[in-house]
Ligand binder design. Structure first.
Ligand code: PLP
Length: 375
Protein backbone atom coordinates (compact mmCIF):
# COMPACT_ATOMS: atom_id res chain seq x y z
CA UNK A 1 0.00 0.00 0.00
CA UNK A 2 1.27 3.49 -0.84
CA UNK A 3 0.81 6.52 1.35
CA UNK A 4 -1.87 8.92 0.14
CA UNK A 5 0.36 11.55 -1.38
CA UNK A 6 -0.79 14.88 0.10
CA UNK A 7 2.36 16.28 1.69
CA UNK A 8 5.28 18.10 0.08
CA UNK A 9 8.26 16.49 1.78
CA UNK A 10 11.78 17.65 2.49
CA UNK A 11 14.17 14.81 1.76
CA UNK A 12 15.20 14.53 5.44
CA UNK A 13 14.31 11.86 7.96
CA UNK A 14 14.82 12.82 11.59
CA UNK A 15 15.32 9.75 13.76
CA UNK A 16 16.40 11.31 17.05
CA UNK A 17 15.82 14.61 18.84
CA UNK A 18 16.82 16.34 22.07
CA UNK A 19 15.90 19.83 23.27
CA UNK A 20 16.03 22.11 20.22
CA UNK A 21 18.11 19.70 18.09
CA UNK A 22 17.26 16.86 15.71
CA UNK A 23 19.44 14.25 14.00
CA UNK A 24 18.62 12.62 10.69
CA UNK A 25 19.31 9.01 9.75
CA UNK A 26 22.77 9.96 8.44
CA UNK A 27 23.69 11.53 11.79
CA UNK A 28 23.45 15.14 10.56
CA UNK A 29 22.44 17.53 13.34
CA UNK A 30 19.69 20.14 12.80
CA UNK A 31 18.64 23.13 14.86
CA UNK A 32 14.87 23.39 15.32
CA UNK A 33 13.35 26.84 14.70
CA UNK A 34 10.11 25.23 13.48
CA UNK A 35 9.15 23.05 16.46
CA UNK A 36 7.50 20.56 14.11
CA UNK A 37 4.95 23.32 13.30
CA UNK A 38 4.70 25.00 16.74
CA UNK A 39 4.12 21.65 18.42
CA UNK A 40 7.32 21.14 20.41
CA UNK A 41 6.80 23.32 23.46
CA UNK A 42 9.08 21.97 26.22
CA UNK A 43 11.78 20.64 23.86
CA UNK A 44 12.19 17.26 22.20
CA UNK A 45 12.41 14.17 24.45
CA UNK A 46 12.46 16.19 27.65
CA UNK A 47 13.46 13.75 30.46
CA UNK A 48 10.39 14.56 32.61
CA UNK A 49 8.15 13.99 29.57
CA UNK A 50 9.71 10.68 28.50
CA UNK A 51 9.77 9.45 32.11
CA UNK A 52 6.07 10.20 32.64
CA UNK A 53 5.02 8.64 29.34
CA UNK A 54 7.11 5.52 29.93
CA UNK A 55 5.76 5.09 33.45
CA UNK A 56 2.20 5.62 32.25
CA UNK A 57 2.40 3.13 29.37
CA UNK A 58 3.57 0.45 31.78
CA UNK A 59 0.49 1.07 33.93
CA UNK A 60 -2.40 1.71 31.51
CA UNK A 61 -2.36 3.50 28.14
CA UNK A 62 -6.03 3.72 27.35
CA UNK A 63 -9.45 2.74 28.49
CA UNK A 64 -12.52 4.74 27.58
CA UNK A 65 -14.46 7.82 28.57
CA UNK A 66 -17.06 5.64 30.26
CA UNK A 67 -14.86 5.16 33.34
CA UNK A 68 -13.06 7.54 35.73
CA UNK A 69 -9.64 8.76 34.62
CA UNK A 70 -8.35 11.10 37.33
CA UNK A 71 -5.43 12.17 35.13
CA UNK A 72 -7.98 14.23 33.17
CA UNK A 73 -8.87 16.20 36.31
CA UNK A 74 -5.16 16.69 37.01
CA UNK A 75 -4.72 18.19 33.53
CA UNK A 76 -7.74 20.44 34.12
CA UNK A 77 -6.51 21.60 37.55
CA UNK A 78 -2.98 22.37 36.38
CA UNK A 79 -4.07 23.93 33.09
CA UNK A 80 -6.77 26.04 34.75
CA UNK A 81 -4.28 27.52 37.20
CA UNK A 82 -1.50 28.11 34.68
CA UNK A 83 -3.65 29.55 31.91
CA UNK A 84 -5.65 31.94 34.09
CA UNK A 85 -9.09 30.34 33.52
CA UNK A 86 -9.47 28.26 36.71
CA UNK A 87 -13.28 28.58 36.75
CA UNK A 88 -13.72 27.31 33.17
CA UNK A 89 -14.25 23.62 32.27
CA UNK A 90 -12.11 21.43 30.02
CA UNK A 91 -13.19 19.07 27.25
CA UNK A 92 -10.33 16.94 25.97
CA UNK A 93 -10.02 15.86 22.35
CA UNK A 94 -7.23 14.97 19.94
CA UNK A 95 -6.36 17.86 17.62
CA UNK A 96 -6.80 21.54 16.89
CA UNK A 97 -9.47 21.01 14.25
CA UNK A 98 -11.44 18.79 16.60
CA UNK A 99 -11.18 21.40 19.36
CA UNK A 100 -12.56 24.05 17.02
CA UNK A 101 -15.28 21.74 15.73
CA UNK A 102 -16.45 21.18 19.31
CA UNK A 103 -16.22 24.89 20.12
CA UNK A 104 -18.47 25.72 17.15
CA UNK A 105 -20.91 23.03 18.16
CA UNK A 106 -21.06 24.33 21.75
CA UNK A 107 -21.64 27.89 20.57
CA UNK A 108 -24.43 26.73 18.32
CA UNK A 109 -26.05 24.55 21.01
CA UNK A 110 -25.86 27.48 23.43
CA UNK A 111 -27.30 30.19 21.18
CA UNK A 112 -29.56 28.07 19.00
CA UNK A 113 -28.00 29.88 16.02
CA UNK A 114 -25.64 28.68 13.33
CA UNK A 115 -24.01 31.56 11.47
CA UNK A 116 -20.32 32.18 12.29
CA UNK A 117 -18.17 35.25 11.79
CA UNK A 118 -14.55 34.39 10.96
CA UNK A 119 -11.65 36.42 9.60
CA UNK A 120 -10.03 36.74 6.21
CA UNK A 121 -6.87 34.60 5.91
CA UNK A 122 -7.90 32.56 8.98
CA UNK A 123 -6.88 28.93 9.40
CA UNK A 124 -8.77 26.73 11.85
CA UNK A 125 -8.24 23.16 10.61
CA UNK A 126 -9.59 20.66 8.13
CA UNK A 127 -12.65 18.96 9.63
CA UNK A 128 -15.97 20.08 8.23
CA UNK A 129 -16.79 23.05 10.46
CA UNK A 130 -13.16 24.04 11.01
CA UNK A 131 -12.43 24.13 7.30
CA UNK A 132 -15.65 26.06 6.66
CA UNK A 133 -14.37 28.86 8.92
CA UNK A 134 -10.93 28.68 7.23
CA UNK A 135 -10.51 31.31 4.52
CA UNK A 136 -9.05 29.00 1.88
CA UNK A 137 -11.51 27.66 -0.73
CA UNK A 138 -8.84 25.33 -2.17
CA UNK A 139 -9.07 23.06 0.89
CA UNK A 140 -12.88 23.09 1.10
CA UNK A 141 -14.77 20.34 -0.71
CA UNK A 142 -18.31 20.90 -1.99
CA UNK A 143 -19.42 18.96 1.11
CA UNK A 144 -17.97 21.69 3.33
CA UNK A 145 -19.84 24.54 1.67
CA UNK A 146 -23.18 24.22 3.47
CA UNK A 147 -22.05 26.18 6.53
CA UNK A 148 -23.09 29.80 7.00
CA UNK A 149 -19.90 31.78 7.51
CA UNK A 150 -19.06 35.44 6.93
CA UNK A 151 -15.37 36.32 6.51
CA UNK A 152 -14.53 39.87 7.55
CA UNK A 153 -11.17 41.68 7.51
CA UNK A 154 -9.02 41.40 10.64
CA UNK A 155 -9.19 44.54 12.82
CA UNK A 156 -12.35 45.82 11.07
CA UNK A 157 -14.84 46.20 13.94
CA UNK A 158 -17.44 47.89 11.71
CA UNK A 159 -17.53 44.85 9.44
CA UNK A 160 -17.99 42.62 12.51
CA UNK A 161 -20.81 44.78 13.89
CA UNK A 162 -22.56 44.78 10.50
CA UNK A 163 -22.71 40.98 10.58
CA UNK A 164 -23.65 40.71 14.26
CA UNK A 165 -26.45 43.26 13.82
CA UNK A 166 -28.26 40.78 11.56
CA UNK A 167 -29.09 38.90 14.78
CA UNK A 168 -28.29 35.37 13.59
CA UNK A 169 -24.63 35.01 14.61
CA UNK A 170 -23.76 32.18 17.03
CA UNK A 171 -20.05 32.90 17.38
CA UNK A 172 -17.08 34.96 16.33
CA UNK A 173 -13.92 32.88 15.90
CA UNK A 174 -10.49 34.46 15.90
CA UNK A 175 -6.90 33.20 16.18
CA UNK A 176 -4.88 34.67 19.06
CA UNK A 177 -2.36 35.51 16.35
CA UNK A 178 -3.02 34.40 12.78
CA UNK A 179 -0.40 31.73 12.11
CA UNK A 180 -0.84 30.08 8.72
CA UNK A 181 -1.64 33.52 7.23
CA UNK A 182 1.93 34.59 8.05
CA UNK A 183 1.82 35.83 11.68
CA UNK A 184 -0.65 38.71 11.95
CA UNK A 185 -1.74 39.78 15.45
CA UNK A 186 -5.13 41.42 15.94
CA UNK A 187 -4.87 44.91 17.44
CA UNK A 188 -5.39 45.18 21.19
CA UNK A 189 -8.26 47.69 20.90
CA UNK A 190 -9.91 45.55 18.23
CA UNK A 191 -9.91 42.53 20.57
CA UNK A 192 -11.33 44.67 23.35
CA UNK A 193 -14.11 45.92 21.10
CA UNK A 194 -14.77 42.37 19.92
CA UNK A 195 -15.26 41.25 23.51
CA UNK A 196 -17.76 44.07 24.09
CA UNK A 197 -19.68 43.35 20.88
CA UNK A 198 -19.97 39.67 21.84
CA UNK A 199 -21.17 40.51 25.35
CA UNK A 200 -23.71 43.05 24.10
CA UNK A 201 -25.22 40.75 21.46
CA UNK A 202 -24.91 37.40 23.27
CA UNK A 203 -22.52 36.10 20.66
CA UNK A 204 -19.95 33.50 21.72
CA UNK A 205 -16.33 34.65 21.45
CA UNK A 206 -14.09 31.72 20.47
CA UNK A 207 -10.35 32.26 20.68
CA UNK A 208 -8.42 29.73 18.61
CA UNK A 209 -5.12 29.49 20.50
CA UNK A 210 -4.09 26.24 18.83
CA UNK A 211 -0.90 27.78 17.46
CA UNK A 212 -0.52 30.96 19.53
CA UNK A 213 -1.25 29.34 22.90
CA UNK A 214 0.57 27.35 25.53
CA UNK A 215 3.02 30.08 26.44
CA UNK A 216 4.45 30.59 22.96
CA UNK A 217 3.89 34.35 22.89
CA UNK A 218 5.07 35.14 26.43
CA UNK A 219 1.61 34.83 27.99
CA UNK A 220 -0.25 31.54 28.28
CA UNK A 221 -2.66 32.70 25.55
CA UNK A 222 -1.93 35.49 23.08
CA UNK A 223 -5.33 37.18 23.61
CA UNK A 224 -4.33 37.80 27.25
CA UNK A 225 -2.10 40.66 26.06
CA UNK A 226 -5.36 42.51 25.32
CA UNK A 227 -6.66 41.74 28.81
CA UNK A 228 -9.84 40.17 27.47
CA UNK A 229 -11.64 36.94 28.35
CA UNK A 230 -12.97 34.56 25.75
CA UNK A 231 -16.06 32.39 26.17
CA UNK A 232 -14.31 29.39 24.66
CA UNK A 233 -10.59 28.85 24.04
CA UNK A 234 -9.26 26.06 21.86
CA UNK A 235 -5.82 24.56 22.23
CA UNK A 236 -3.73 21.71 20.78
CA UNK A 237 -0.19 21.78 19.28
CA UNK A 238 2.09 22.62 22.26
CA UNK A 239 -0.28 20.94 24.71
CA UNK A 240 1.23 17.47 24.33
CA UNK A 241 4.71 18.36 22.99
CA UNK A 242 3.98 16.03 20.06
CA UNK A 243 1.56 13.62 21.69
CA UNK A 244 -1.82 14.23 19.99
CA UNK A 245 -4.13 16.09 22.37
CA UNK A 246 -6.47 19.05 22.03
CA UNK A 247 -8.60 20.92 24.51
CA UNK A 248 -11.70 23.11 24.62
CA UNK A 249 -11.70 25.48 27.59
CA UNK A 250 -15.30 26.43 28.31
CA UNK A 251 -16.87 29.28 30.30
CA UNK A 252 -19.18 28.31 33.20
CA UNK A 253 -22.07 29.86 31.30
CA UNK A 254 -22.18 26.76 29.06
CA UNK A 255 -24.12 23.99 30.78
CA UNK A 256 -23.04 20.45 29.84
CA UNK A 257 -25.49 17.66 29.23
CA UNK A 258 -24.67 13.98 28.89
CA UNK A 259 -23.74 13.05 25.34
CA UNK A 260 -23.48 16.68 24.16
CA UNK A 261 -19.84 16.17 23.12
CA UNK A 262 -17.77 13.02 22.99
CA UNK A 263 -14.74 11.23 21.61
CA UNK A 264 -13.18 7.77 21.86
CA UNK A 265 -9.53 8.72 22.27
CA UNK A 266 -9.75 12.23 23.77
CA UNK A 267 -8.24 12.50 27.25
CA UNK A 268 -6.72 9.00 27.24
CA UNK A 269 -4.15 8.11 29.89
CA UNK A 270 -1.09 8.59 27.70
CA UNK A 271 -2.28 11.91 26.31
CA UNK A 272 -2.96 13.14 29.84
CA UNK A 273 0.48 12.01 31.03
CA UNK A 274 2.02 13.99 28.15
CA UNK A 275 -0.11 17.05 28.94
CA UNK A 276 0.73 16.91 32.67
CA UNK A 277 4.45 16.61 31.91
CA UNK A 278 4.21 19.64 29.60
CA UNK A 279 2.41 21.74 32.23
CA UNK A 280 4.89 20.67 34.94
CA UNK A 281 7.90 21.60 32.80
CA UNK A 282 6.41 24.88 31.57
CA UNK A 283 6.00 25.85 35.22
CA UNK A 284 9.23 24.54 36.75
CA UNK A 285 11.43 25.82 33.93
CA UNK A 286 9.58 29.18 33.59
CA UNK A 287 9.21 28.54 29.87
CA UNK A 288 6.64 31.30 29.37
CA UNK A 289 9.18 33.85 30.62
CA UNK A 290 11.83 32.23 28.47
CA UNK A 291 9.55 32.53 25.42
CA UNK A 292 9.13 36.23 26.10
CA UNK A 293 12.83 36.91 26.77
CA UNK A 294 14.16 34.78 23.94
CA UNK A 295 11.48 36.13 21.61
CA UNK A 296 12.52 39.71 22.37
CA UNK A 297 16.17 38.79 21.88
CA UNK A 298 15.45 37.01 18.60
CA UNK A 299 13.43 39.97 17.28
CA UNK A 300 16.19 42.39 18.32
CA UNK A 301 18.87 40.32 16.59
CA UNK A 302 16.71 39.90 13.49
CA UNK A 303 16.38 43.66 13.28
CA UNK A 304 20.14 43.82 12.58
CA UNK A 305 19.83 41.42 9.60
CA UNK A 306 19.55 42.26 5.93
CA UNK A 307 16.93 40.81 3.58
CA UNK A 308 13.95 41.55 5.85
CA UNK A 309 11.01 43.85 5.09
CA UNK A 310 9.08 43.35 8.32
CA UNK A 311 9.23 41.38 11.56
CA UNK A 312 5.87 40.47 13.15
CA UNK A 313 4.58 38.51 16.12
CA UNK A 314 5.24 38.08 19.79
CA UNK A 315 7.50 35.89 21.89
CA UNK A 316 8.47 32.77 19.96
CA UNK A 317 5.78 33.16 17.31
CA UNK A 318 7.60 35.31 14.81
CA UNK A 319 6.89 36.06 11.17
CA UNK A 320 9.77 37.39 9.10
CA UNK A 321 8.62 39.06 5.89
CA UNK A 322 11.60 38.39 3.64
CA UNK A 323 12.49 40.64 0.74
CA UNK A 324 11.77 39.14 -2.72
CA UNK A 325 15.46 38.29 -3.36
CA UNK A 326 15.45 35.99 -0.29
CA UNK A 327 13.01 33.40 -1.63
CA UNK A 328 15.69 30.68 -1.34
CA UNK A 329 16.72 31.58 2.21
CA UNK A 330 14.70 28.86 3.98
CA UNK A 331 16.17 26.18 1.72
CA UNK A 332 19.69 27.51 2.30
CA UNK A 333 19.15 27.52 6.05
CA UNK A 334 17.84 23.97 5.93
CA UNK A 335 20.19 22.29 3.47
CA UNK A 336 23.38 24.28 4.06
CA UNK A 337 23.08 25.44 7.69
CA UNK A 338 20.84 22.57 8.87
CA UNK A 339 18.25 24.79 10.52
CA UNK A 340 14.51 24.07 10.26
CA UNK A 341 12.18 27.07 9.88
CA UNK A 342 8.51 27.31 9.00
CA UNK A 343 7.05 29.02 5.96
CA UNK A 344 3.93 30.90 4.94
CA UNK A 345 2.75 32.35 1.66
CA UNK A 346 4.23 35.57 0.21
CA UNK A 347 7.82 34.87 1.27
CA UNK A 348 7.22 34.76 5.01
CA UNK A 349 9.49 32.75 7.31
CA UNK A 350 7.75 31.53 10.46
CA UNK A 351 9.89 30.99 13.54
CA UNK A 352 8.21 28.67 16.05
CA UNK A 353 11.03 27.07 18.06
CA UNK A 354 10.59 25.11 21.29
CA UNK A 355 9.90 27.47 24.22
CA UNK A 356 13.16 26.24 25.78
CA UNK A 357 15.36 27.73 23.04
CA UNK A 358 18.56 29.36 24.34
CA UNK A 359 20.46 32.52 23.51
CA UNK A 360 23.33 30.44 22.11
CA UNK A 361 20.97 28.68 19.73
CA UNK A 362 19.50 32.01 18.62
CA UNK A 363 23.05 33.29 18.03
CA UNK A 364 23.74 30.33 15.74
CA UNK A 365 20.53 31.00 13.83
CA UNK A 366 21.36 34.70 13.41
CA UNK A 367 24.94 33.93 12.34
CA UNK A 368 23.69 31.55 9.65
CA UNK A 369 20.89 33.95 8.60
CA UNK A 370 23.49 36.68 8.08
CA UNK A 371 25.84 34.31 6.28
CA UNK A 372 23.23 33.75 3.58
CA UNK A 373 21.77 37.26 3.40
CA UNK A 374 25.03 39.20 3.42
CA UNK A 375 26.66 37.26 0.58
N1 PLP B 1 -6.10 26.33 14.40
C1 PLP B 1 -4.93 26.92 14.14
C2 PLP B 1 -4.75 28.36 14.48
C3 PLP B 1 -3.88 26.20 13.53
O1 PLP B 1 -2.73 26.82 13.24
C4 PLP B 1 -4.08 24.83 13.24
C5 PLP B 1 -3.01 24.04 12.60
O2 PLP B 1 -2.06 24.54 12.05
C6 PLP B 1 -5.32 24.25 13.54
C7 PLP B 1 -6.30 25.03 14.13
C8 PLP B 1 -5.59 22.82 13.23
O3 PLP B 1 -4.94 21.99 14.11
P1 PLP B 1 -4.77 20.44 13.79
O4 PLP B 1 -3.86 20.32 12.62
O5 PLP B 1 -4.20 19.86 15.06
O6 PLP B 1 -6.13 19.91 13.50
Amino acid sequence: MNLFDVYTLWNIEPVRAKGCRLWDKNGTEYLDFYGGHAVISIGHTHPEYTRMLKEQIDKIGFYSNSVINSLQQEVADKLGKLCGYPDYALFLCNSGAEANENALKLASFHTGKKRIVAFKEAFHGRTSGAVAITDNPTIQSPFNTGHEVAFVPLNDIDAVVKEVDKGDVAAIVIEGIQGVAGIFAPDTDFLQQLELVCQKHDVVLILDEVQSGYGRTGKFFAHQFADIKADIITTAKGMGNGFPIGGVIISPKFKPRKGMLGTTFGGNHLACAAAIAVLNVIKTESLINNAEEMGNYLQKELSTCRGIEEIRGRGLMIGVQLSPDQSELRNKLLFESHIFTGGAKNNVMRLLPPLSISKDEIDIFIREFKKHTEQ
